[in-house]
Design a binder for this molecule. Structure first.
Ligand code: NAD
Ligand code: ZN
Length: 343
């Protein structure tokens, strides 16, 4: 469900699920939203205790998972109960995994409060926490019973967090949805102003694009890889800079790299590279990432390749709105494009 001030819709969803009990997981910064959600649900006679985690990616840990599980235990959430995740991707991934394993699985309602969570992490059923040294290493596929994206939450998002999410939005547009690309091009200023009716259309198109692909390949064994557009070089940049570059900026960099590789391999025209550059620029995702050593980025990519037993399958654009998965790219082209993109 996508809209503004969805308290009534939330109540209807909960009424339909008829849970024997419910518990809210949230983080410090989103607590006011969690209280609103609890208040709305109270009107249908359900008391929902709130568990607050620290607002940090570090909360995606086994230690915090254990805290959430003991909270569910203390609150006697049984197999008929439900977990309500109110927050960004951090809360969603952690609470989602807790829902997947508590009592071997209880229902999950997602109330995403960041743009990234609305367009990306709340959809598709990937849940998880980080390992000691590897991101999202421990997880499960667990689909939510409902996702309620209330655009009113976007208003309080810090500007860099809001801006970063547009990297994923542009990803859907270039990889899968030409109409979305045109919509973004025409309405960048309205989106910069967080215009709700425009956001509603954008979130809807992103969710539709992601849901369509996930429905074909829930377990990520094939076509779902298209969602990794921009993430091959993007992840390498994150790793090479010790995660000082934010995910959104890294993905923006990764999409620029992927488009340039596609151009070098004659898979797309220069127009694709230029149009994507211009759109990223409009959303404040410029091509200069904070300083990174190309050698380190290439080394991170080589490590990743080793982990995948020699296979790096690039997602490369053929034209705006249509990309292809599974491309093998000659090492010399990767080296040249990465080195130039960081110059
Ligand atoms: N499961 C998936 O498919 C998937 C996909 C993409 C990303 N992710 C994960 O999502 C996480 C990133 O998610 P994120 O970008 O939403 O970050 P986040 O959840 O860490 O939120 C970013 C910051 O914004 C705050 N915040 C959240 N909502 C707010 C609001 N309405 N007003 C003010 N502040 C608010 C949070 O407290 C936090 O400090 C990463 O851990 C990533 O691995 C998962
Ligand atoms: Zn991403």
């Amino acid at each position: 469900m996508i809209g503004s001030n969805l308290q009534r819709e939330l109540r209807n969803v909960i009424t339909r699920l008829e849970p024997t009990g419910a518990a809210i997981i949230t983080d410090r910064n989103v607590r006011p939203w969690a209280l609103k959600v609890a208040k709305a649900i109270k009107r249908v006679g359900l008391k929902t205790p709130i568990h607050v985690i620290p607002a940090s990616e570090r909360s995606k840990s086994m230690a915090q998972l254990e805290e959430v599980l003991s909270f569910l235990e203390r609150r006697q959430i049984d197999r008929g109960g439900c977990v309500i995740a109110v927050g960004g991707g951090t809360v969603g991934d952690l609470a989602g995994l807790a829902a997947a394993v508590w009592q071997r699985g209880v229902r999950l309602v997602a109330v995403p409060t960041t743009l990234l969570a609305m367009v990306d992490s709340s959809i598709g059923g990937k849940t998880g926490v980080n390992g000691r040294s590897s991101k999202n290493a421990i997880g499960a596929f667990w689909q939510p019973s409902a996702v309620i994206s209330d655009l009113a939450a976007i208003e309080t998002l810090p500007a860099p967090t809001y801006r970063d999410a547009f990297a994923e939005v542009v990803k859907y547009a270039v990889a899968m949805d030409r109409g979305l690309f045109d919509l973004l091009q025409r309405n960048a200023p309205r989106l910069a102003d967080r215009d709700r009716s425009m956001l509603e259309r954008v979130v809807f198109r992103c969710v539709a694009a992601k849901a369509l692909i996930v429905a074909k390949d829930e377990r990520d064994r094939g076509p779902r890889a298209i969602l990794n557009y921009g993430h091959t070089a993007g992840h390498a940049l994150e790793a090479a800079t010790g995660f000082r570059v934010t995910h959104g900026r890294a993905v923006a960099f990764g999409m620029r790299v992927a488009a340039r590789i596609a151009l070098a391999m004659d898979l797309c025209s220069k127009r694709v590279v230029d149009a994507q550059d211009a759109l990223l620029e409009e959303f404040g995702l410029p091509d200069r990432p904070p300083h990174a050593d190309p050698k380190r980025v290439l080394a991170a990519m080589a490590l990743d390749k080793k982990a995948r037993r020699g296979k790096v399958a690039w997602v490369l654009p053929r034209r705006i709105g249509h990309s292809e998965i599974g491309h093998a790219v000659p090492g010399a082209i990767v080296r040249r494009v990465i080195t130039r993109s960081l110059a």
